[in-house]
Design a protein around this ligand. Sequence first.
Ligand SMILES: C[S@@+](CC[C@H](N)C(=O)[O-])C[C@H]1O[C@@H](n2cnc3c(N)ncnc32)[C@H](O)[C@@H]1O
Length: 237
Amino acid sequence: MEKKQEKIIQMFDDIAPTYDKANHILSMGIDISWRKKACDKTYELAGAKKIGLIVDVACGTGDMIGFWQKRAKKQNINIKRTLGIDPSFKMLQCAKAKFPNFDFAKAKAVDLPLPNACVDILSISYGIRNVIERQKAFKEFARVVKNGGFVVILEFTKDDKNGIFHSLKQLYLHKILPFLGALISKNYEAYKYLPDSIEGFLSASILQDELKEAGFKTEYVKSFSFDISTLLIAKRC
Ligand SMILES: C[S@@+](CC[C@H](N)C(=O)[O-])C[C@H]1O[C@@H](n2cnc3c(N)ncnc32)[C@H](O)[C@@H]1O
């Protein structure tokens, strides 16, 4: 299990220098609206103008922290502190270069360098799929998130649908994306891993059951763009 996890982290180290460029091209920018929605809906549910700590786990090159900051500013919300956490040294290097004023720490989702019940909002965008010990990570999220605080998950979830859009999505994920990803990053394996890990991942309803088991109650679920991506917001209770 540990070996598999280390291999995944190593893969992100390898693609870190081209991650943003590849992400930009492969997503065609549609993830921007999903990220904005995640922040806005969470701020609406939290209903507070002052927020203590927002932590973004599996932060990669740090963009989600940027979104938390920008959307808060737009709504006159004051955030005391943000922290991006990721186990990939090279992803964090890119994050620090892009956002020199933000705080970052190197750690895995199962072992967060935080005291109990100190986090108001914990997000993980396109990261939970890569966490091998997912249920252990959810328990760790429950440890660090305050009672009444939120976990916000953005992820490519598996769908069981048929039809033309499903076929087009499969064609894009399994053929076009690995080809383009390999062209940009020179790493075919990493971009072959992406569709494979989505196929091997869970549906949104199973994800909700696992969060419930860890001590979170689902507050909001939304699928975007023909179920390519799902936003799940759950409250610590
Ligand atoms: C697809 S990237 C997503 C990055 C960023 N959150 C975004 O939205 O662009 C997945 C990230 O998960 C991180 N990761 C892999 N295994 C992890 C683990 N066990 N715990 C936390 N993060 C992990 C990788 O290092 C990588 O930065």
